[in-house]
Design a protein around this ligand. Sequence first.
Ligand SMILES: Cc1cc2nc3c(=O)[nH]c(=O)nc-3n(C[C@H](O)[C@H](O)[C@H](O)COP(=O)(O)OP(=O)(O)OC[C@H]3O[C@@H](n4cnc5c(N)ncnc54)[C@H](O)[C@@H]3O)c2cc1C
Ligand code: FES
Length: 281
Amino acid sequence: MLGKAHIIAHDFVGDPLYKIRRLILRTEVAREAQPGQFVHVQVAKGMDPLLRRPISIADIQREAQEITLLYRIKGKGTEILSEAKVGEELSLMGPLGHGFTLPARGELILVAGGIGVFPLLPLAKAAQEKNLDVSLYWGGENKGFFTSSGLDLWQEARIPVFLSSMDGSIGEKGNVLDLLKKQVGSRLNHGEGATQAAQSEVLSVAVCGPQVMTQVVSDYFLQKGAAVEVSLEERMGCAVGACLGCVCTLKDKVSGRIYRGKVCKDGPVFKGEEVLWDYEG
Ligand SMILES: Cc1cc2nc3c(=O)[nH]c(=O)nc-3n(C[C@H](O)[C@H](O)[C@H](O)COP(=O)(O)OP(=O)(O)OC[C@H]3O[C@@H](n4cnc5c(N)ncnc54)[C@H](O)[C@@H]3O)c2cc1C
Ligand code: FES
């Protein structure tokens, strides 16, 4: 769980303007990692910052014992991490958290907002291996963002990708929910009124991105009767369920009981219908 990772590659993905870096690590984590899980990375060699930073596992190469992390330089921690050199070692905790469920059969729709796409590729590849019908709907700011965030990895894996960009420079102009309504909505409407159980057998949806987008997409597909999973993001301390730094509010589907969940341990992936997004109780 806690170990060293050897840095195999570390570079910008596409245009450095978008500040997205690819980090390939040789690590024991590759043996056990599952889609949707993350690692907790010690970014500084010294004590500042003291806290590790959570980063999703964006690709798993089990035979080579390697994982890929894709991260955006955001603040002090990721800025320091970006200076790590090939050949150096990083201290890593993982794989951590509860990941996505691979559906037994049917169609799997992946929905990403911005860099929320990073944890979805391992799930897409696992679905492909199982011969599921899998596709990605991905919203972002513009063409440069997509080409600098690993679009080529999806193309190499031959997974159908549908894009929406805010400026219309690639894919459909607008947000990802509009894209989904246009491309998927018409065939889902046939199923409206069907029982949840009947539709869940054929359509599963996995969502990751900014909270508002995740919520509206989750609500949209739940209302269509799909089985929805969402990956949540919270600031983290320990990442192993001990500090309560990452709580979210959940509702047990069967009993209706409202309780506090830990994003690091119970998640980051939850069932869409379990999450109480704006709970103020
Ligand atoms: C389970 C999980 C998986 C993640 N996977 C990835 C990934 O694959 N790639 C990636 O680029 N990022 C990912 N993140 C986010 C990443 O952990 C943060 O961007 C990083 O910790 C920021 O650290 P920093 O020191 O650079 O910035 P800081 O200086 O700590 O923060 C910079 C700014 O970002 C905000 N911020 C920091 N962390 C978070 C957070 N978790 N949620 C919301 N706001 C935050 C701060 O409030 C501040 O405004 C993930 C987060 C979680 C919880
Ligand atoms: S980060 Fe400590 S409980 Fe989740």
